[in-house]
Ligand binder design. Sequence first.
Ligand code: ADP
Length: 445
Amino acid sequence: ASAAMPAKTGGGEGDKTGEEDDKDDKAAQSLLNKLIRSNLVNTTNQVEVLQRDPNSPLYSVKSFEELRLKPQLLQGVYAMGFNRPSKIQENALPMMLAEPPQNLIAQSQSGTGKTAAFVLAMLSHVDPNNKFPQALCVSPTYELALQTGKVIEQMGKHYSEVKLVYAIRGNKLQRGTQLQEQVVIGTPGTMLDWCLKFKFIDPKKIKVFVLDEADVMIATQGHQDQSIRIQRMLPKECQMLLFSATFEETVWNFAQRIVPEPNIIKLKREEETLDTIKQYYVLCNSKEEKFMALCNIYGAITIAQAMIFCHTRKTAGWLAGELSREGHQVALLSGEMQVEQRAAVIDRFRDGKEKVLVTTNVCARGIDVEQVSVVINFDLPVDRDGNPDNETYLHRIGRTGRFGKRGLAINMVDSRFSMNILNKIQDHFNKKIEKLDTDDLDEIE
Ligand code: ADP
């Protein structure tokens, strides 16, 4: 598949509400994860499959050959370096490629192979001899649509008769255009306009409809309605597919409105545990003292790579400066950076070009840097209301059972308020956090 890339347009940004911030945050995290990921995430959990028709046999495949893909697509799969289907693909692919096509709602954390799966399904179901749109995919943002578009182009590299077009802002077509491309990827607003207002797409001819990142999608009110309006224009026999990394009640309700008579596939995310982590806290009176304590720790033990979390951009910037002055190679991850810049910083850190990564809480949520053995909470994680953020604490320092190496977590406490937070975190996980005397550090190695 090939496509002309639209020119990038600058979007005017007005004042943002908290809700929009949340949505931006989710979409940015998702994009960041896509940019830094080059592999499938490991998982030992079993896929849960709920078939619409429990009497039909449950197919699963262990190889791509079993799927009888078009040779051009199989070539695309190999060109991407895939040897065998991922956990979720083992079940999702036969279901999506079945005749007659099956509807599917699938949930698994990012990095488990969902995108690759639905891209294969879309490319398999379109007929290159028909010069009109047959597969639509909606994504929550411009950037995410571009990323998915790239996967379609890569996977379809050897299938050049199939063409792709981007239904995103900035891609302005002449009135009266009839699209020749078989696959359309875009955001809900533009996609709806192209179907309804401009009639570039005849929705009655669509065979596959994909809604990606449903959890990010519903964070924007308008997107939910627009997606449902697109879905209602599609023929009854159109295959409907919906994907999400998480599955709260709201996502589930939305999914059921988009996908009638669904098969359901779920893959639990790997549990994180604090069992293999040694947790300490250090008592200080100010951020300067916290910095001194940090220097003492660095003087006493060998730290291959560490991540240090701060509450504000200001503290993170200050700390990164102080550490550099001490001669450390420091990488700084901060909220004002573009997602692409953040991805570049994380990549460098992963490659070991820097040994310390200083970051704000928000920035690094959901990032896995496996080789990091020391995590320092320069500020403890709290939510917007100032309550302990247990989930973030766990995700930051926790390891997944089988893959996790032993780790060390050091929490800096500088007030009664933060001592209180620490105690609550300790109670929540029922795991002792020991006091560390930074003038006498023999105990921690
Ligand atoms: P998700 O959509 O669930 O986030 P992706 O489809 O983007 O997951 O896959 C995550 C990463 O793993 C991507 O880099 C992708 O190229 C790669 N990948 C996907 N499927 C396979 C596979 N079967 N074998 C090897 N790598 C894969």
